[in-house]
Design a protein. Structure first.
Length: 245
């Protein structure tokens, strides 16, 4: 796999979970990171400091991916000042779980607007500059096993993550002629804050490999899909789930 030296990657959801692990992994192999966060500035700064200790380079951008105008303005300003990105990794997202009969309108709206609208809001200001600058770039979205098979109590989350897959498959077709690849990763049960309230022993029984995945195992796949070695891989959904599906 080629080094990411001097290539700049925009990463949403960089302050924690899979986003943080991906940021550290990409920094180690030479990518320059633009770390996007919303509320967790302190955690984003910690990630930036870790990257600095590794000898890497990163900058911080603060915006809410659910806020279309704010996202557009900040990304356009960053592109104008610092140039277009080689890659975009969409790792930002939320879950607000509830059984469907008692799911609140706000829980549906917030999850859809963050996870699915967020993809549109981030990519819309970026795609044309990538094309105009003839960047043979990479787009990697983090979906979920819930977006493939669904999950109890996650109708909103499953809908948003399935939507991400559909959007990326269609976008991959549009961008293929520009040599820009678009792929999705569908993690299973990964060791992040999202599973902190689960009964881990019971969860492991659902996983053929009988263990929880790590953020690094997702991050390494992100790195591969960003690489030159993956230039013929596009429109794919790749699962990282220990054999669950």
């Amino acid at each position: 796999m080629d080094s990411g030296d001097k290539k700049k990657v925009l990463l949403t959801g960089a302050s924690g979970g899979i986003g943080k692990d991906t940021a550290i992994y990409l920094a180690k192999i030479g990518y320059e990171l633009v770390l996007c966060y919303n509320r967790n500035r302190d955690r984003a700064i910690v990630v930036q400091e870790e990257i600095k200790e590794l000898g890497g380079k990163s900058t911080l951008l603060c915006f809410d991916i659910a806020n279309r105008e704010q996202t557009r303005q900040i990304l356009e300003e960053d592109i104008e000042r610092n140039g277009i990105y080689y890659g975009v990794v969409l790792a930002g997202g939320i879950n607000m779980d509830n059984p469907f009969p008692i799911l609140k309108d706000e829980q549906w709206d917030r999850v859809i607007s963050t996870n699915l609208d967020g993809l549109y809001n981030v990519l819309k200001p970026i795609i044309m500059p990538m094309i105009s600058n003839r960047v043979r770039g990479r787009i990697v979205s983090i979906s979920s096993i819930s977006g493939i098979v669904g999950n109890r109590g996650q109708v909103n989350y499953s809908a948003s993550k399935a939507g991400i897959i559909g959007a990326c498959k269609a976008l991959a077709l549009e961008l293929a002629k520009h040599k820009i690849t678009v792929n999705s990763i569908a993690p299973g049960i990964i060791d992040t804050d999202m599973i902190k309230d689960l009964d881990i022993d019971e969860v492991k029984k659902m996983i053929p490999m009988r263990r929880i995945g790590t953020g690094k195992e997702v991050a390494s796949l992100v790195a591969y899909l960003l690489s030159e070695d993956a230039s013929y891989i596009t429109r794919q959904v790749i699962s990282v789930n220990g054999g669950m599906v």
